[in-house]
Design a protein around this ligand. Structure first.
Ligand SMILES: O=C(O)CC1=CCC(=O)O1
Length: 266
């Protein structure tokens, strides 16, 4: 059913979409300042082969934006509560950027709930304490719409801004209209979240994807992540931080090949 749905969990309300049939269930997690629509093209490319759950992280899209700061554990507890609400015992988690960190956090805390991981443009540690504190201060001082002008430049390639101008403007709107409390709360989760010590303990099979021109979470970070997890890294040509928007069909193809390797031949 491809329509907006809302789950009133005991602690907050999350916006989600559930579509498609069959196993496994794929759960898509968005990045900082985006929402579940960044996955539209990837989900379309999967052509209903799998059951797909997308949701807006707390503080994003149409989900509640409680007062921060948040932690990665707050985010992964939200996901667990949503899975329980929908009766999904186990899923393949597909997370981008902070969404990847949240997926990793769930995989280390509740390994039995995670069938596999697809980690896009992410790392076990993104940025530094200082870089996140600087971003938080800049937003408090200048506001999110101003800071978003710098941030969006890292989301897409230069070509995208020239050739897909209207989409670039639309995604700037998505980013700059993120609830500021939710954006700042999630910056704090990124500032305080470091999963490097846990990587080797994560046993779920994983695939790592990264835009070859990503400057926010560059390919070297993905390489470290893939090494730590014993996973394969695939670079997505001619894309930056959001290959799911710039090259959704290719991202979808990698997901399908990975699922095939895991025995899900659909
Ligand atoms: O906002 C950025 O600079 C890129 C990013 C880092 C974590 C995330 O989710 O997006």
């Amino acid at each position: 059913m491809n329509m907006a749905s809302f789950a009133a969990l005991h602690h907050l309300t999350l916006h989600y979409r559930l579509e498609g049939e069959g196993t496994p269930t794929l759960v898509f997690l968005n990045s900082l300042g985006s929402d579940l629509r960044i996955w539209d093209g990837v989900v379309a490319s999967l052509e209903g082969r799998y059951r797909v759950l997308r949701y807006d992280l707390r503080g994003h899209g149409l989900s509640d934006a409680p007062v921060g700061p948040y932690t990665l554990e707050d985010h992964s507890a939200d996901l667990l509560a949503l899975l329980a609400h929908l009766g999904v015992p186990r899923a393949v988690l597909v997370g981008i950027s902070v969404g990847g960190l949240i997926a990793l956090d769930l995989a280390r805390r509740q390994p039995e709930r995670v069938e596999a991981l697809v980690l896009c443009d992410t790392g076990a540690r993104i940025g530094s304490q200082d870089s996140w504190n600087e971003r938080i201060a800049a937003i408090q001082h200048k506001g999110l719409p101003e800071v978003a002008r710098t941030v969006i430049a890292r989301w897409f390639t230069e070509d995208f801004f020239v050739q897909r101008k209207a989409e670039a403007a639309g995604y700037y709107n998505m980013l700059s209209r993120t609830p500021v409390e939710g954006y700042l709360g999630t910056c704090a989760a990124l500032r305080d979240g470091d999963l490097r010590p846990w990587l080797r303990s994560i046993r779920a099979p994983a695939l790592v994807l990264c835009g070859e021109l990503d400057k926010a979470t560059p390919p070297e970070l993905s390489q470290e992540l893939a090494q730590g997890l014993g996973a394969r890294l695939e670079l997505i040509p001619q894309t930056a931080h959001l290959p799911c928007v710039e090259a959704p069909a290719l991202v979808g193809q990698h997901i399908r090949s990975f699922l095939k390797e895991l025995g899900y031949d659909r």
